[in-house]
Structure formats: structure tokens, C-alpha cells
Design a protein around this ligand. Sequence first.
Ligand SMILES: [Zn+2]
Length: 302
Amino acid sequence: MQPYETTTRHPVEIDGIGLHHGASVHLRISPAPPGTGVVFIRTDLDNTRIPASWEFVERVSYATSLMHPKGILISTTEHLLSVLYSMGIDNAYLELDNLEVPILDGSALPFVELLSKAGTQKSRRLRRYMRIVKPVRVEAQGKSVAILPCDRFLLHCHTLYNHPLVGEQRLELDLTPDVYAREIAPARTFGFECELDQMRDMGLIRGASLDNAVCFTAAGIANPDGLRFPDECCRHKALDLIGDLALIGRPLLGLVLAQRAGHAMHVALVNKLMSDPSLYEIVTLDPSAPRKPELAAHALVQ
Ligand SMILES: [Zn+2]
């Protein structure tokens, strides 16, 4: 953990298509001043700005989408926000000339590589961390997600899919940029062949292919090169969860426990947390105590 807000050093750009809408899109990531947060900009619609915040969440089915009050959408935000959060980028402008963030190879690795090229620069403004002080939890139908008090950001993820190559998987993470880049970022979006027609009928996955998603068949996998990790699904769910938690707008100090949760449940947890200020405190880290900065956290008066 480092105590100061960070942004990128150089603008970087990439082209791709959206997973669900299938439209071509150009993404440019550029530095933003301290205190800005992460802000999407629709360059094709009068440079409309949409903060990457829980307050703007519009849809949570199969992907997380944000909407400006004027009805302007940014779809499938979770992978890019997951990378920015995990690499410790507090402030950035994300310019898009269409409504959906590019899916690229279905993982977060191309965004990690892009942001590595962008570099980082620290500001003099102290980061405001959100430290959980009381447990918060949402659950339904055997699924749940919770955050418990902790002085670091830890993630425990449990998934269960009825497929011979997947089954039950568990992951425990102490999130650092290196751990994220190595263990989480390469894990791709996945789907099951038996659900594809239904998803297409819902107007989803118009841009999906074996180049940007893992597709499980009845007994195996359609991708010729197979899986990147035996537990790639659980790792990808962790990637998505981090992207949704990033909508809090601050780095989190807490132990996150996810049991078979998806976007809707992640966002419900964020809403519950943000609606009750007794569950957390906003803290900064003492820059003069870099070895154990969590011990030097100071509560800020809001
Ligand atoms: Zn995903």
C-alpha cells in the first residue's frame, strides 16, 4: 500500500470491440488531476462525463453498466476498472467513442500491459482509503458476498459450476499489483454453450468469439488452446468482483468473502455499504511509516 494518489504518466490507446454490443470502440486512457477519480468520457456524445461510481450503475446483468442522467451509457466497465483499481491508479480519464469498453482477449491482461506502458505518477494528495469497521453482507439463494474488517485488501472467492472442467473452486488473494497481473489479469470471460442462445436472444454477446471468451461445451471446452489456469473461472470471478468494488471510488481495506456471487450481488453489497456510514471510516496512511503504513492510519472527519 502506498499513501499517495496516483495517475498514469502518459496517454495510451487501444482499439477493440464490445463483448455484448459487438461495436468497434477506441479507448484512450489519460492522466487526471488528484481528486478526480476515474471518469469515463463519451467522446462521440459531446464528451459526456460519467464517473466510475456506484451512484451511476444502471445494469448489472452479465456485465456492469453505468449511465449518465441524460441516458448516456457505458457498458461492461468491470475489467478495465478492475485493472485500474488493482494497479493503484486513483485518477484517470477513460475516453470511449462508443458505448462499450473493448473486451480485447476477454481478460484484463491487455489492459495491464497497456497501463504498464502508460507508467504511473504519484501526486502529493494523500489517498483516502475506505476501512471497513463493521461486517457488511448480502446473501440470497445460497450466494453471498461480505466484507469484514481488515487493515489490508484481502479477497476470498468461492465458485461452483456444474461442469466437469470447472466444479468447485476457491481462491485466496492478498492483492498487490504483481499478484493481480500474474494470478488474476490473464483469466478470461467464460460462458457455457448451452446458455448462448438464451443470451443472444437477450441481445447479449454479439461480439463474443473464442478469441475473447472461454466457451465450455457439454463435456469439454471449445477453445483449441484450452484453459490458462485450471481454476480460470474462479480467477475471472475475482477479476469481475474487484472491478465492481472499484465503483466505491476508493481503495478498500477489508476482507472480501464471495460465495458464488455475480455482478448484481456485488453492486447490492456496494450499495448497502455506501448507504450506511457506520460500516466504514475514511483513513489516510502516514507516509513517514512506509513499512507498516496500516498501523499509522488516521481516521478523517467526514
Ligand atoms: Zn468479466
